[in-house]
Design a protein around this ligand. Structure first.
Ligand code: UGA
Length: 336
């Protein structure tokens, strides 16, 4: 099988590429702006990397969509602070650039595995979000945070419609707060410049306090990257066509924890690294309002729990890595 990965140097793309090369005989054509996260994948015989911008390399992309069996367009802005500060950049890249890829998959009859997001459920009040029955609930237009959620939602709807009316072969997967080594850079000093775990690690390393937005009572189901990748491999494999025209929540409902608990766990674990004990001992947890931290265009999700029934039944997948184990592995990576 030949797989085209756009955004192979991203958090998901880099882990996926490594897993494919280590555990399958599949071949990868890859595109990204840089290769710093790709480590040993670069130079492997079945990994063909082109350095370039997906919005510029249109001919290369068309050629390679024609040649591959499956397309994974993983290029996207995924940091909430950017949704609020640069909503049009999110629309242009996450929506417009990816719509062009979806359309080419329709034209050339290629299977597409598309990253939807837990964010499409928005402020849904279900105790566990179901792919086929939960409502997708967002806020008013001036709450710009929702441009990411609604861009992804519309792409989900477009892909679904192409599937129904033009026979597009697709799978939509919805990551729920995947985390792990190589997620974001810990050197971004901007508040909200990276997602919460890397943000907090960076805070401690820079000698800053950890900011708990609105007190940190909001909860997330943190999913270790290795579990997410295991699900993706099963989706690509598509045994007995079980992933065909399906939507899957890929998250860890057993690790539903508050942001305050994340900060506390991080502080506890970081104390075990002698080089950082002093810095951690100086770190305080500070509350700040969401408006002060992100701006007026932000709105939060208080509870976000996936139902993973569908992934369990159709893919035979279940998360295996608990939060503390995943966090320890993440710290080993960033602090080594
Ligand atoms: C994320 C991002 O939108 C995407 O990466 C992704 O599609 C999706 O959710 C997902 O991974 O499931 P969110 O969970 O809100 O959204 O992103 P984080 O930036 O990791 O924030 C998590 C929580 O921590 C938020 O409630 C935020 O307010 C809080 N936070 C963040 C703090 O309390 N302090 C900080 O310094 C940063």
């Amino acid at each position: 099988m030949k797989i085209l990965i756009l955004g192979a140097n991203g958090f998901i793309g880099s882990h996926l590429s490594e897993a494919i090369l280590n555990h399958t005989d599949w071949e990868i054509d890859a595109l990204d702006l840089s290769q710093d996260k790709l480590g040993a994948s670069v130079g492997r015989k079945r990994f063909h990397l082109k350095l370039g911008d997906m919005t510029q390399e249109k001919d290369w992309i068309t050629e390679h969509i024609k040649q591959c069996d499956v397309v994974l367009p993983l290029v996207a802005i995924a940091t909430p602070a950017t949704y609020v500060q640069q909503p049009l950049r999110v629309f242009e890249l996450d929506f417009e650039a990816n719509l062009a890829i979806v359309r080419q998959c329709v034209t050339f009859k290629k299977r597409i595995i598309f990253p939807s997001t837990s964010e499409v459920y928005g402020m849904c009040t279900d105790t566990a979000f179901d792919e086929e029955s939960s409502h997708l609930v967002t806020g008013p237009i001036h709450k710009e945070r929702w441009i990411y959620s609604t861009s992804k939602q519309l792409l989900d709807r477009i892909i679904y419609a192409y599937g129904k009316h033009d026979g597009l072969s697709y799978t939509l997967f919805r990551p729920f707060n995947w985390f792990g080594p190589g997620q974001d850079t810990i050197f971004n000093p901007k508040p909200g410049g990276s997602r919460v775990i890397t943000q907090f690690i960076g805070n401690v390393l820079r000698g800053e306090d950890i900011t708990l937005v609105n007190g940190g009572a909001q909860q997330r189901c943190f999913t270790y990257i290795q579990d997410g990748i295991a699900a993706l491999i099963k989706i690509i494999e598509n045994k007995a066509n079980h992933a065909e025209q399906q939507i899957f929540n890929i998250g860890n409902p057993f690790e539903n924890i508050s942001i305050r608990q994340v900060a506390e766990a991080l502080v506890t674990l970081m104390k075990q690294y002698p080089k950082y004990t002093e810095k951690v001992n100086q770190t305080k947890l500070m509350d700040m309002s969401a408006t002060e931290y992100y701006g007026a265009g932000y709105q939060d999700v208080m509870l976000r729990v996936p139902s993973i029934k569908r992934a369990e039944e159709k893919l035979g997948w279940k998360p295996k890595v608990d939060f503390m184990t995943g966090l320890k592995k993440t710290l080993d990576f960033y602090l080594a």
